[in-house]
Write a protein that binds this ligand. Sequence first.
Ligand SMILES: [Fe+2]
Length: 422
Amino acid sequence: MKKYLILLIVVVSFFNCKSVKAGHNDETQIVSFGKKPILLRQPYLQMVRPTTTTITWKTDAKAESCQVVYYEKNKTEKTSIKGDLVSHEGNKFNEVLMKNLKPNTTYMYSIYSNGHLLATGKDYYFITAPANKKMAFSFYALGDIGAKEEWSFAKEPATRIIELKNRPDFGLGLGDIVYPKGESKNYDNHLFKPFQEVFKNIPFYPVVGNHDWLSDPEKNFEKEWSLPGNEHYYSFTYANTLFIGLDSYDGGFYKLDEQIAWIQQTLKRYKDKYDWIIVYLHHNGKTCTYKPNYEHVQALYETFVDNSVDLVLNGHAHTYERLKPYDELGNVDGSLTNQNNYGDLKNRFISVTIGAGGKINKKWQADPLNKENCNDGSIVAHAEHVPSFGLINIDGLMLSFQGINSYTGETFDSFSIKKNKE
Ligand SMILES: [Fe+2]
């Protein structure tokens, strides 16, 4: 009788969609039913905050329920929580939100659909964001990533990121996330497969690029990701840094007036509360690459200077280019000699194009001094035409940036900014 009562409690808990805490062997208590759904996309982390995390995976249409079992690394108490299923493109997005987590803590997880275990193991973990602003952290950034295998080398940066000695805490996607048109039907082959080992334990924050805009983002980009706010432009914080992601559409900002007002409000609200402000978007402002200067982006640079933005990252040109600091008038200060170790830049910021994430322009060679689009090559601090991603480390008032070759893992460009204490 006692045995049947325990079984009844377990079944009721499972279908109640509530978090249940159980003993060490609680995974054996999960009741499976129906056919085992096929795992079409490995789990990926999103919105990993100090006390919450979202894990999403994709199955075929057989999935009717989804569940994550997680526990603090090296501890035994496990928690089981159910999530929601969303149908899209004939498949199911299994999405589970975990709450009441401890900041800066490593959790191991396993995923279940219809009660069947679909993935578990040492690489399935997440580390919650710190609540402490003093915590050092790092992140990677790259744009122009996923295309057909024969056209994209996206697997290379993904492999180098996994091999890094210090695992980055998250990644930024600088637009043109999936080619040719940002279609949901291409996300698995073009992006999630090459990046699956990264995404399962490092969250990713992408913004929309002009190619992503060739399909309705509402029915494609927004279905693939869980991002803050309206998912086109949004902010999040990590330790002592504010991140602002923008939607630079295709030659003008998405919802121009609203987005600009939001940028100004966000900067005003947070600029004195965080040591660093990093803006990321798809289009460049000034450049000596083969792309034109985009005036709609340049028009924001005075706002950035006035509001203590430190770094602006973009993609679009399939190459790498770091400019010298923008001055207080919003112009690249070509008078500064090429430096790699900046002191306090005060009212200046640095802009970097990292647009050879998965594609490189084969017809073009970087030559900033002889460029039709570039009136003055002296604005460029470092240009290198190489498959690459950026790795940024922030430790208190020191920011260190590395441009890393996606094939060799070598650092080909680096600079740092060191702020003075007030
Ligand atoms: Fe682009």
